[in-house]
Design a protein around this ligand. Sequence first.
Ligand SMILES: Cc1cc2nc3c(=O)[nH]c(=O)nc-3n(C[C@H](O)[C@H](O)[C@H](O)COP(=O)(O)OP(=O)(O)OC[C@H]3O[C@@H](n4cnc5c(N)ncnc54)[C@H](O)[C@@H]3O)c2cc1C
Length: 434
Amino acid sequence: MIPRNIFVPLSRQIKPISTPRPISGVIPRHRPQPARVSGTLLPRKFSTTVRRETDFTHAVIGGGVVGLAIARKLQERRGSTVLIERHGGVGRETSSRNSEVIHAGLYYGADSLKTRLCLRGKSLLYSLCAKHQIPHRNCGKWIVAQDVQQLSALEKLHDFASNINVATHFLSKEEARRREPDVRAEAGVLESPSTGIVDSHALMQFLQGSFEDLGGVCAFHSPVTRIEAVESGRRGWEITVTCPSSTASKSNETTTITSSTLINSAGLSAIPLRNTLLPPTQHLTPYYAKGSYFSYSLSSPKPSTLVYPAPIPGHGGLGTHLTLDLSGRVRFGPDVEWTSDPSDYSVNDKNLSAAIADIQAYLPGVQAEAIGLDYVGIRPKLGKSSVTSGEGFLDFWIKGEEGFEGWVNLLGIESPGLTSSLAIAEEVEGVLYR
Ligand SMILES: Cc1cc2nc3c(=O)[nH]c(=O)nc-3n(C[C@H](O)[C@H](O)[C@H](O)COP(=O)(O)OP(=O)(O)OC[C@H]3O[C@@H](n4cnc5c(N)ncnc54)[C@H](O)[C@@H]3O)c2cc1C
């Protein structure tokens, strides 16, 4: 459950930090400080003719897994980074409403950012999880075909996987039957051994702790309501947070901080936030694809691997698949339903019967009456596009904004954003500093 936002001004919301460090715990307001970075750490792409006197070197808007990974990465450069989040803690939106799958990188175009960052992110994520005991499991995944057309889709995936050096292999009927007797795959099974699952909450807790231990500052209950580029960002950024007063008599309370750079990692709100600074001709339209999950209350059938149907060209998702959480609980979904409301987390049963039919195609023993409504996640989309490569494919948008200094926007960070998060952080660092 998302706790009530108590809307206390940014300056009073700095979380107590776990180890002593030389900051007061209060964001310095309107008190310019020289950035705590040496010349070599200043963004090389930015003008260095103007002395930067800002409260922070980096401000990251958005405390999802991607914003956290970016903030931690930038704080490693020994600058001063603030992570600004409107909710009372990290991971209250898309990052805690997904399938928690560590994707292998099979579905996106060869030259896409999604493929490159998914492959790099997968490797970084497995290493980080192993090193810091973040719960995860390399459980593998099956993609199943029921007819020749679906088998041909699997063959294309297999070819693509070998082109990008990701291991996949077909299973014989005998092996498939022996390993997962409950799974139906009339025409073939393609196995992806590098796919896995991760506890996304534990991952975000780790990233937050690591960021704060490096001296980074988390500002919760801090909805950003206004951004101003001072001299197009050359003299930094003013970021205003407005908190509705908790008492009826008081008016809203605002706080403004300054930062040398601004990273917009606001997930579902990233496009609207970017639009506030740009002329209408440069505005983008945000699209939202709701995905409902379905729970399963029985202990059987319970495969020990993830099971996905063959991808359907032009589909906004990857089909109603079977995923497992780390306790072994089976869940199905997500489906795809376009919505204009990015806060619409209501679960409805509109697609339940279609989902049951999809599931029964690969898991015939499933008991329809044990399948119930679970939770909803919403994909931030740049268009009503396909999630897989081919016509209409839209890539991650991770770019410095032309005409401005020190402003990076992250738009359309849908799947595989969780898998890619650590690599996205490297990418943002590269946009700022390389
Ligand atoms: C249904 C579904 C299934 C998915 N499955 C997978 C999967 O299995 N594997 C995988 O790799 N990826 C998956 N993804 C994608 C993955 O979940 C996302 O790419 C990732 O969580 C995005 O993280 P984020 O930090 O960009 O966004 P978010 O988690 O949405 O974080 C953005 C944050 O910005 C904050 N914010 C917004 N506006 C403001 C403001 N004005 N002021 C202050 N704060 C603000 C929000 O409160 C939010 O906390 C899935 C996504 C969905 C929807």
